[in-house]
Design a protein around this ligand. Sequence first.
Ligand code: M6R
Length: 613
Amino acid sequence: MCGIVGYVGSNLAYPVLIDGLKKLEYRGYDSAGVALHTGNSIEVYKKEGKVSALEGSVYGKNIQATIGIGHTRWATHGEPSDRNAHPHSSNSGDIAMIHNGIIENYAQLKNELLQKGYTFKSDTDSEVLVNFIEDIKINNECSLEEAVRIALKRVVGAYVILLLDKDLPDTIIAARKGSPLVIGIGDNAHYLGSDASPMLAYTKEVVYINDYELAIVRPDELVLKNLGNERITPFVQKLDIELASIEKGGFDHFMLKEIFEQPQTIFDSLRGRMDAEQQSITLSGVDKIADKLLKANRVIIVACGTSWHAGLLAEYVIEELCRINVEVEYASEFRYRNPIITDQDVIIAISQSGETADTLVALENAKKQGATIFGLVNVVGSSIARIADAGAYTHAGPEIGVASTKAFTAQLAVLYLIALKVAQLKGTIEATLFNKLLADLAKVPEHVKEILEDQDAIIQEIARKYSDARDFLYLGRGYNFPIALEGALKLKEVSYIHAEGYPAAEMKHGPIALVDDQLPVVFVATKDSYHEKIISNIQEIKARKGKVIAVVSHGDEVAADLADDVMFVPQVHEIIAPILSVIPLQLLSYHIGVNRGLDVDKPRNLAKSVTVE
Ligand code: M6R
């Protein structure tokens, strides 16, 4: 979490930094700030709130600097405030630093510094680190680069740090462990960012910095070193993202744009990987670990949030089609308990960002115990993609809205392909079922388009009716149960309405006590093997005067007649149905959030990429 940017070159730095911070604001928006080296001094501007608040407070100032660093914060240590905003300056004012991550032993370092007479203006761990570095620089009479190297050997935690030094008017020092850092190579300029979006307008050539690397960045020079002071040759990669893909393109919000992009993004996830006519699936990542997968004791899926919901559906599908034992784990739990992992286990990590701290550390632990790691990731070159033994990108393109939509359906599309491919290799699927599922999968982009075109206006009306509700219940059975969870999460995130997802039958074991004539209950009730059961569950809610909103298959008059409000989706095989049933739920959440006047792209307290545990 937190977004960091940097620029060193021959143009004015401030506009580049502000533009970059706006692109990274999805990572946190509690405060924003910049530090600029004017040649003689370092000027720091920071403000609580979004980047626009910082811009307002700096408006009219003539900042002549061609080097600077900027930060957009998701608060960890210390409340959101001007005082706790980054950049933080050292006691002398000679060093300014921005930080993304958490310094776990900051209390101990702070005590040492307090005893030496250092004072602190903020409650942050970051201010401790910049002073710790300054203290080393003074005591060792060394360069900033050397001081950073020494300091980081004592630091416990995760960081990307960018520093400016009053004595170095053309240099940014950067270092990384556990949080992402990309450096773009421009024309006599370098751009730094938490991801590549801030530099897309200027360059397509980037270097992804690895853990324990330190970068010395000047307009015409990028020097990479490890913490042992040995030089490393930068590995320059070409980006294949277009600038348009990170702009709103005429939509009011990124979330809406991303929902409407899904016919294309799902198509992109499947493109080149399946051939319905030839009945074949090509996934080089699966081929690479095919022997492990076919012999696996079990598959463990590790993820968080929406990606965990994709994992839960994958459990149902892989167990059904491949007859492999699957466990789905919350990464944050998995990493701290003592799971039994062997070299016979295959871990599938699912992550949009590829940077989620809990998922990343869970994988590192599992890898040490010999498991094979398969990464299903959206962001190309991200940390999870790089530590995996094999993997597949979801190809959803940059997802800017904090609430995940198109990344989720892209995850489902690729997980279906993985399950089908493994089932085919294992011989656990009949050819007729394989062909039916592949044919239905091929039609998903078209069906999603149809839902968006036919249902959006209807869903806007439904949203209007329920925008003032205090709570929502989401119910689904079988393959649609993970979609009930995802629908509830989406609503919570963008509307701040309390919502819970449950297996429809489990409702009788507690949540039914919530039902009254004020409670909207969303049923994900497409036609499947459990259909009659879920119809009974709808009846049970109706008998208690609950308001039923149902996602139903076209032509299902029974469910449609029972429900107060209906959202239709095309009928496909029940295994494929969830990738369609989630679309109306995304729209419902979006419209309710907008009706409530909320910033659906940047919901309060959230950040897109959770790089702290
Ligand atoms: O980048 P990841 O997929 O690893 O992120 C996991 C969760 O943080 C993420 O899905 C989160 O729950 C979203 N806000 C959901 O909309």
